[in-house]
Structure formats: structure tokens, C-alpha cells
Design a binder for this molecule. Sequence first.
Ligand code: ATP
Ligand code: MG
Length: 582
Amino acid sequence: MITRMSTLFLRTLREDPADAEVPSHKLLVRAGYVRRVAPGIYSWLPLGLRVLRNIERIVREEMDAIGAQEIHLPALLPKEPYEQTNRWTEYGPNMFRLKDRKGGDYLLGPTHEELFAQTVKGEYNSYRDFPVILYQIQTKYRDEERPRAGILRGREFVMKDSYSFDLDDEGLGESYRRHREAYIRLFDRVGLRYVIVAAESGAMGGSASEEFLAESTTGEDTFVRSTESGFAANVEAVVTPAPEPKPIEDLPAAEVHHTPDTPTIETLVDFLNASEMGRTFTAADTLKNVLVKTRQPGTREWELLGVGVPGDREVDIKRLEAALGPAEVALLEEADFADNPFLAKGYIGPKSLQDNGVRYLVDPRVVTGTAWVTGADKTDHHVVDLVCGRDFTPDGTVEAADVREGDPSPDGQGTLEAARGIEIGHIFQLGRKYTDAISLDALGQDGKPQRVTMGSYGVGVSRLIAAIAEQSHDELGLCWPREVAPADVHVVIAGKDDSVRDGAERIAAELDEAGVRVILDDRGVSPGVKFADAELVGVPTILVVGKGLAKGVVEVKDRATGERTEVAADSAVGHLVGLVRG
Ligand code: ATP
Ligand code: MG
């Protein structure tokens, strides 16, 4: 079917919508793909729906290819399964909750681990049934605090969510690996530039969770990458390269100095440099000791923890949390200092921590043989030349210091630079959290029940459209990669003559017959308006049928590169079919 602009339900806009800040949002609205209904809630118009359907098709093909089976669960869900896993409470204000006429509690599903686990439990019970991977492409609801950038962060959005069910960890690893590969194929097919970043560092088991981030300056996720290699990681997952230990023998002895009014690194460094020691110090020569408290899951007791980082760096609490997970981390309150009078606020040193049995972890740069200026555990006093491995021995290292641009890349190649991305996919080895909650077991070969282990894997299907638009557009409009484009060829009738119109109609009809998806601009508006709309809509190939037809030529324009080619009208169909089939 030829799509005729004269009847297509489409009104393009010349002006950017007032609420739009990022290019994808502006262009998707201006080109008539989506329309806003309420914050984070959008309608799909014909062209937008085509792109959405194309993406869904690609996602389905790649999911089916790894043996996943599509099902469809309701979006309107009863509270009970989410109570069993405690997410009815834990999920917080992002969950849309509602009541039915009898006062029963319901929610609009933000993600479906509970229901998938329950569905499998309802059907399967033998080890022979496993493994199984199920998925759905479904509308999800999250009452996002800040819906943003149109369909990029919606409150209603389309997600592909899949869940794997395996009997053991190796099986889960295999299901995870298959998803990872399916995602790579799928994001390659939709033409995105993206990175895969470990969500957390080794502490949680390395590749237990990875995110796929489409590179984009408008993205909300920050990651770091090497200036020279393909290394990319979440800041939480960056491992600091440790220098070689140094010899201790000839280092000067540690000496305590009276350093009045120097509770900060800056005041300390200024004081030392103005003193008569005759040495120059920088913040990097100081060791800053930050006190936090941690609590293991399932316990009530908080435990003090000292964290030592070079004084030119801050403790990045998110990195610290990721490194210490699953333990909770909290900052000390005044009461904690009162309870532990050996903590000389602003002047804490390794010595009193270790004397008082406080666990002390340091940045990996604090190796044996490094000498530091640090607190002397007495107000207004610091110790100079306190040597690691001689004067103090940390209990281990921790990734807590902030990561900076220019830091060496953990793979040894190049330095790190910060970049931004849009999270388009997330793969996650969940383990038994949900199957424990509902006792999802398979009867093993030995007749004993075996707890099933689960993975959960998401793709932001509607968000992908915004991510692609962010990466492929120019000042004139959208430029879709062919597989997701709403059509293959946008035929512009650029002339009023009947012969031009007839010629264009004939070519459009032949293209359509050859299976090429055609938009035909047959409106009675000026060629300028038609060209502007063709650029805005962003179909990958634009065919201009105009005055040249009298000489037997038409013009083919590549939307992405802007390259124009004159082609004989007689061979235009063959030429275009060739382009489309690649
Ligand atoms: P984000 O950190 O962006 O809020 P998330 O980590 O909460 O996302 P997941 O629970 O991992 O999201 O959901 C799987 C995928 O669904 C995400 O990778 C993302 O592509 C997509 N997604 C999540 N929230 C939204 C939203 N509000 N609008 C559109 N897509 C979303
Ligand atoms: Mg996520």
C-alpha cells in the first residue's frame, strides 16, 4: 500500500514544542510521530506507530532466535504477588497504585518478575521442564519523578521484558550470555552506537548485571571510557590500578606536628607549606580518613568503618556502596562521634582506628612504602611521613575514591574520559530472590525439590526510538536507519504537470509492487514544503520526480549523507530496489 501524504493522518509542525529540550523530543513531535497527552504520556500517530512496530519486530526476531517464547501478561495487577516479595512497599512512589470498586488494591505493572515467576510455578514443576525463557512486549507504568524528553522517560512506555528460569547457576549464566548476544545483535540492527557497562564492580560477582547505554550527550547515565581502547564502565565499576609497593628502609620517621585550625585538606596543605619544614606538599600527599558505618543485610548492628583516600580526592559514596554491597552504608551522625570519643573529628588517623578495632580500608593507591600526612588523632595535630606497611597496616583496599577524567584506564590503555548515555537495555542475574519468595521449585531427578534461579532482562522499546533519533538527526530533521524507518522511499512530486504526476505515480506503484515501502507526497502544496517535510520525516531515501522527467531523469537523495544522484527514470525502480535490499 502506498502511503499518500494527501490522506496520511499527519500534520508536521514548523516550530519546536515549547516543552521540548532535546532533539529527539522536538523532532518526533514536529514530524508528527507522537503527541503529548499528559506529562510522560504520549499517543503514537501513524508514522510513530510504524517505527514502534518495526522495533518490536526486530526485538521479537532476536528474542525468538535465542529460544525465548512470547507471552502476554496483564498490566493491571493485584497487589498480592508484589506483597509476597515486599515490592508493594519497596518500590516506593514510582509504582502506580489504584483501587477497584470493592476497595481492593491494584497496581499498574512497572516490571513483572513476580507474575512471570508465578506463571511458571503454575505450569511447570519438574526438572525436565527447565530451562525456559519467557518474554513479553508490553506497556509499563512508572510514576517517574521527572518524566523527561518525551518518550525517552515516559510514565507509560513500552518495554520488552524477559525472564529466564534455570535449575542452577551455570544454566543462569548461559541464559544471561544468550540475552547478552541477542541484545548485541538487536542494538546493532537498529544502528545504534552503544557501550556495555558493568553495573557494578567485582564485589557483586562481576557480570551479574550489565547495562547497554546508547551514547548520547542528552543521556542521564554517566559512564567513563578509555581514550584509546574500547574500555567502558559505570563509574561504580572502575577498578583503580594499584602502584607497585615501594621500599620502606630509607624513609624518614613519622613525626607529629602541631597544626592549629587545619580541619580541611586545603587548610592543612596551606599550613604545611607556610611552615618551616622546607618541603612542598600537595593535597595528594595527604591521607583523608572518612568514617562511615555499615550494616550487613538481615542484621541490626551498625559497624564503624574507616576509609582512607588520597586527600586530593573525595569519597564517592555510590562507589563505596557498590564496593561494600550488599551491606548498607551510612554517614556518621553527631551521636556516633559522641559514642566514640577516640574519633577526633577532622584529625582522624589510622592509628586510633586500628587501636580501637575499627576496620580500616584504603584506596588502592595507598600501598606499602607510601608516606602520608594524616590526622594524629588529636585536635589540631597531624602526623607527617606516616608510612603504609611500617606505621600502619590497613585491613584491605576499597574502591571509594572518586573517578576523574585523566585517570589511567583500568585496562592500561589510555586515560579515562566521562561520557553520557541513555540506558536502552539491562540484563541482570537475579538469582533466587523472587523464586524464594514464592517457593518456585522443580522436582529434581533425585525426587528432591530444587529452587529455580532467575534472570531478568529489559529493553526500552519505546525509548529506543528516542535514542535512535538522538543519534541520527540533523538540523533539518530525522534520519532513520532503514530497518526502523517508517518507509523506504519518500517520493516527492515536484511539479504541477500531469506528466510529472503520472510519472511519479507510476514509479511509486512499481516500487510498491516490488515490496518497497513508499510514501508519496501527492499534496497540492509547493515543492519547498514537500522537501522540508521529507527531510523532517527522515525516510532514508528521497526520490524527487520533477522537471527532469521531461529529459528522462529523476533525482535520488540519500537522507543521511545528503548525496544526490541523477538516475534515468526508466531504471529508477531497479536502482531503488537495489538500495532498499542493500
Ligand atoms: P532508568 O535508570 O533509566 O530509570 P531503569 O534501570 O529503572 O531505567 P529497568 O528497570 O532496567 O529501568 O527497565 C528496563 C529498561 O526499560 C531500561 O533499560 C530502559 O531502557 C527502559 N525504561 C525504564 N524506564 C523507562 C521510562 N520511564 N521510559 C522509557 N523507558 C524506560
Ligand atoms: Mg536498569
